[in-house]
Design a protein around this ligand. Sequence first.
Ligand code: PEP
Ligand code: MN
Length: 324
Amino acid sequence: MERGVNIPQSYRLVRRDARTDRTVVRLRGGATFGGDELAICAGPCGVESAEQLEAAARAVAAAGANVLRGGAYKPRTSPYSFQGLGEEALKMLREAGDRHNLSVVTEVMDPRDVERVARYADMLQIGARNMQNFPLLREVGMSPMPVLLKRGLSATVQEWLLAAEYVLLGGNENVVLCERGVRSFDVATRNLLDISVVPLLEEMTHLPVVVDPSHAVGIARLVTPIAVASVAAGAHGLLVEVHPDPPNALSDGAQSLDFAQFERLMHRLGAAAQLAGRRLPQRNAAPDGAARPQRDPAAKGPSDESDSKPNSAVRSSTSGVKLA
Ligand code: PEP
Ligand code: MN
């Protein structure tokens, strides 16, 4: 391949003009990132128990979310902090997701865990601390599973896009960028949300962009206005931490919404979505009143563990959704 010797930091595959259409990332289960419908990912920072996760999944589904988040492998600053429940948590996520018709996104930290996480989840999260973990980027690049790539703790937009370039270069085009705030001089909030990247990235890349207001601000009462602003600015979705009992959460309790707060957030989001020409996730109502998944009938179930390859039913698409 020709080298961009005059532009040493060039990115080729992620740039806006590398495609005619914008990328729409579709998760098994029906959620889409990059189309007219928002993807609302919600759930606890970490999976702590089956009961905690079940309560959270039920509540976020009832409020209108379409993707369940929850960490099984937690990147903690201190080795003495809660590290996550590992594969047990992956099983709980899959079960809770299926019970409540939610797709599942969860973090993978170690390249050796990519296949395992992909057996249970519908989307692989690369955390801020791993945005430049190049072996991990290469590994998820070889997986067909959609990737949520968080912005690094103090990563420039160029570093972030080049990290995404690694994943696309491996063959995986299902990448969603997630702004989650960057470090600043000011400790008044946990991080400084760079909301300007939402319209900026829309110019620079064909990849969808979502915002994580929870890690951006670190303070639960600020999450809703920032979520609303992000969607109004054009974000294709949100990643929000929701916990049944935030004061007793094992991680990130201060920024986690309780169920009532999340419900209010979802109510306020409708108008912002409309402003941006988008809509909240449409969840199918089932006869018994519970939402039903929009499963791809061709999709292999997560219980198909005899197949050592990650679920291959997820498709990339640049399906012609045009955003002005
Ligand atoms: C998380 O989503 O729980 C998380 C650890 O986020 P980040 O990598 O953005 O800090
Ligand atoms: Mn967290």
